[in-house]
Design a protein around this ligand. Structure first.
Ligand code: SF4
Length: 375
């Protein structure tokens, strides 16, 4: 199951999809009309259908009565006073909760939105709060687009950004990353469709290169992604190059060996002609030793890679953050081996920032309410 809704949702459509959906319902809609409708509803975020240049009455009526355009309910939003990350908790029409995070970029007034692709996750990575929740269901493309649209629309009126506006800067969302709850490639079709809508001029209006899809390393899907020639950015979470350790940290590695993963990464790199970006969740005493450097050299050899280092954020405390000294030493050795690195800030640590933590807290609160109610 992907969506609890029966009617197709406007937020999951490109103009071509809207023309097709209405055609299937016996209503002829031109591409120009479809562009106007979606531009009004998705790009401008309008709840009404009072378009400045409305399409024909039959089109408008069919959109109104046969398609869905409802938004997600914002249950909670928490701002981290330290770094300005804003974490959103959404309730979907069937009651499930997901999260999205508004992340300030280096350039003042520019933001990216970290999106969930599933409710929970089936991958069960050892260090991840979401992995411990298990998978409830995958999200439909419209749910991911609707999450971004809400974050974007609230940005436009956020009073805490009045200082920027006074300096002549209009805050806007210029990027999206599928790196929240869930494994995006475990929900491949809907994530790709969401990325298409987000990058459409009548949709999210985000350039394709500013949309990032992150995967824990699902080999068949990486192969498919390379074959289909998408230009959204791909990040593969490696976290360890030592086969046995990787299997412990990322159970998915039990299904796909390093050899298989490297084979598809090489094919992807050859088709793209760019460096491969690998995410590396750095954990104290776990994955910054000589064994990792040797395995990286052995397994990835000549492949041009960049390693994005991310501090672990494990609520259970089982996996701790590596010390500055350990991290700096590891980065020095990676550089000496000719591997570029970047430190990725995981952000919002003070406010339940690890994926799944806000949802887990709300679930716990709901459970305790239920206990009180039944007591
Ligand atoms: S790290 Fe990502 S893929 Fe792994 S369990 Fe968490 S959400 Fe799923």
């Amino acid at each position: 199951m992907t969506s609890p809704l029966d009617a197709p949702h406007l937020f999951g459509m490109t103009p071509e999809d809207l023309v097709r959906a209405l055609g299937e319902r016996g209503v002829t809609c031109t591409l120009t009309e479809a562009r106007r409708v979606l531009g009004h509803v998705i790009s401008e975020g309008r709840a009404d259908l009072a378009l400045r240049r409305p399409p024909r009455r039959a089109v408008l009526q069919a959109v109104e009565t046969q398609l869905d355009r409802r938004r997600l309910e914002v249950v909670d939003r928490v701002t981290d006073g330290f770094d300005g990350f804003v974490k959103y908790l959404f309730r979907h029409p069937d009651g499930v909760l997901t999260e999205a995070v508004r992340i300030p970029l280096e350039k003042p007034g520019r933001y990216t939105v970290c999106l969930s692709s599933q409710v929970g996750c089936a991958m069960r990575c050892a260090f991840c709060a979401t992995g411990r929740l298990g998978l409830t269901r995958s999200l439909a493309a419209w749910e991911m687009v609707a999450a971004l649209a809400t974050v974007r629309d609230e940005l436009a009126t956020d009073p805490s950004l009045d200082g920027l506006r006074a300096r002549g800067i209009t805050p806007r969302v210029s990027g999206a990353v599928f790196q929240g709850q869930g494994e995006p490639f475990h929900n491949y079709d809907e994530v790709i469709q969401a990325a298409r809508v987000l990058s459409n001029p009548c949709g999210g209006r985000i350039t394709q290169e500013a949309i990032t899809i992150s995967t824990v390393g699902l080999v068949p899907q990486i192969e498919r992604y390379a074959r289909e020639g998408h230009v959204f950015r791909l990040i593969v979470s490696l976290t360890s190059a030592v086969e046995d350790k990787r299997r412990t940290l990322l159970p998915v590695a039990g299904r796909f060996s390093m050899q298989e993963l490297v084979r598809v990464l090489r094919a992807y790199q050859e088709s793209l002609g760019k460096r491969i970006t690998l995410a590396w969740v750095l954990m104290k005493g776990v994955n910054h030793g000589e064994d990792e450097l040797e395995a990286l050299a052995r397994e990835l050899g000549e492949l041009p890679i960049r390693v994005n280092l991310i501090d672990v954020n494990d609520a259970t405390g089982k996996y701790g953050v590596a010390s500055d000294d350990d991290r700096i030493a590891f980065v020095g050795k990676l550089h000496a081996a000719g591997i570029a690195t970047q430190r990725r800030y995981s952000g919002g640590k003070n406010e339940h920032a690890a994926c799944g933590m806000l949802a887990a807290r709300h679930r716990a609160e709901d459970d305790s309410d239920a206990h009180e109610a039944s007591a």
